[in-house]
Design a protein around this ligand. Structure first.
Ligand SMILES: Nc1ncnc2c1ncn2[C@@H]1O[C@H](COP(=O)(O)OP(=O)(O)OP(=O)(O)O)[C@@H](O)[C@H]1O
Ligand SMILES: [Mg+2]
Length: 250
């Protein structure tokens, strides 16, 4: 379970001045559902997910993950979450196995458990043949599998996905989507950001439309349809965003 109340992040940028990247966000994500943040470039998706993933400290408001406050109990929260983005950031000189093991140790796992999990995960994702290959010799899809393995070595109940398939080809993206839906089937709590209507339509159980740091609406596709009197997600998105931009003019 993820709960955000009044979650806010303000950046002080030298050139732009004060940037409110996330403003008073209120939402909750339940186990077994994919909660999606749908928004354009700069909407505040990454900032929001980084606060949940204890990479950024909120300026105001609170985020609770499985009962633990991200600011007060960061170490406990770290054990609860797996974070995956498209920016894999694998150490080039390490092999896939070394990379995954390194992260297992960071989570404080013992070596036997790490080995068990590596065996389990590498079978699940067909990684056995390249487990001992250096990361810089892997294809993009293989690298993404290593990133997934790294993110779930400690079997976290909460998964945070920041545009995890951006820039991937069809097959590699499919690996990611299959993984996300497996997480849902396993009853994990999932938050997933995207700027793509196709991903939102395919994956999201609950859609939160985010624009300029503000959540404009939250609901199932059917709920958003009846709320906006539109019959498809593109029209819903455009209507919500235009209404927001209109109100800002005055
Ligand atoms: N470290 C930072 N310092 C200053 N401003 C920042 C910083 N990080 C993000 N921002 C600003 O906050 C706003 C939200 O950015 P964010 O990266 O969260 O958006 P996003 O929805 O993830 O966009 P994208 O789809 O491009 O990934 C943007 O205006 C961005 O320029
Ligand atoms: Mg982003």
């Amino acid at each position: 379970m993820i709960e955000a109340q009044g979650l806010t992040k303000v950046f002080k940028d030298k050139k732009r001045g004060i940037v409110v990247a996330a403003q008073d966000l209120n939402f909750s994500c339940k186990p077994g559902q994919i909660f999606g943040l749908l928004g354009s470039n700069g909407a505040g998706k990454t900032t929001t997910l980084r606060m949940l993933a204890i990479i950024l400290k909120p300026t105001k408001g609170i985020a609770i993950i499985n009962g633990f406050d991200v600011v007060k109990h960061p170490e406990t929260v770290r054990q609860q979450i797996g974070f995956l983005s498209c920016d894999t950031g694998l150490y080039p000189r390490l092999t896939a196995r070394e990379m995954i093991r390194y992260f297992g140790r960071l989570y404080g796992m013992d070596e036997i458990l790490i080995d068990q999990r590596i065996t389990e995960i590498s079978r699940m994702f067909n990684m056995v043949e390249f487990l001992d290959t250096q990361n810089d010799k892997l294809s993009t899809g293989m690298k993404q599998k290593v990133s997934i393995a790294r993110a779930i070595i400690h079997n976290p109940p909460v998964m945070i996905f920041d545009e995890p398939a951006a820039g991937l080809d069809i097959i590699s993206a499919r690996i990611v989507y299959d993984f996300v839906t497996t997480c849902r089937r396993q009853g994990k709590t999932i938050i997933f950001s995207s700027h793509l209507l196709s991903e939102a339509e395919k994956l999201f159980d609950i859609i939160a439309v985010i624009h300029k740091g503000v959540i404009l609406s939250i609901g199932t596709l059917d709920e958003l349809k009846s709320q906006t009197s539109k019959d498809n997600l593109e029209d819903i998105f455009v209507k919500l965003v235009q209404e927001k931009d209109e109100t800002e003019k005055y």
